[in-house]
Design a protein around this ligand. Structure first.
Ligand code: 5GP
Length: 115
């Protein structure tokens, strides 16, 4: 499989993104096609095409960062009243970008989004 994904370019700074969080291991940025306002993607900086390739400790860190972003979305102007975490692993599950990523999807009453 071609290991290249647009997320590699975003991580390298070669493609633009609206970053909301970054540390040595993880980057979080706004989804280019948000399903609700404030939809964020949390990605490991080391490419892992699928869940099976992801170091579990790094997976834990993705979740930890997702938790912090979820809390921030509740306090921000997005005023999230709830949050969905979503991770698609594999084509059948709807994965389109083969670099593991956690969707953090803020919810507000009547936002019309259904998982
Ligand atoms: P998947 O279906 O693989 O779980 O989700 C891929 C996500 O990546 C989609 O929500 C899509 O909108 C987002 N995405 C795809 N290309 C780009 C891009 O170039 N920039 C950003 N910020 N998000 C992207």
């Amino acid at each position: 499989m071609n290991p290249y994904t647009i997320f590699a370019d975003i991580i390298a700074g070669a493609a633009p993104s609206s970053k909301v969080y970054e540390d040595d291991d993880v980057l979080a940025f706004m989804d280019i096609r948000p399903v609700t306002p404030g939809h964020v993607l949390v990605v490991p900086k080391v490419a892992a095409p699928s869940l099976a390739d992801l170091d579990p400790a790094l997976g834990g860190k993705l979740f930890q960062v997702g938790q912090r972003i979820a809390a921030a979305l509740r306090e921000s102007e997005v005023a999230a009243d709830g949050v969905n975490f979503f991770l698609a692993d594999g084509v059948t599950a709807g994965q389109e970008v083969f670099h593991v990523h956690l969707h953090v999807i803020p919810r507000t009453p009547g936002d019309g989004f259904g998982l």
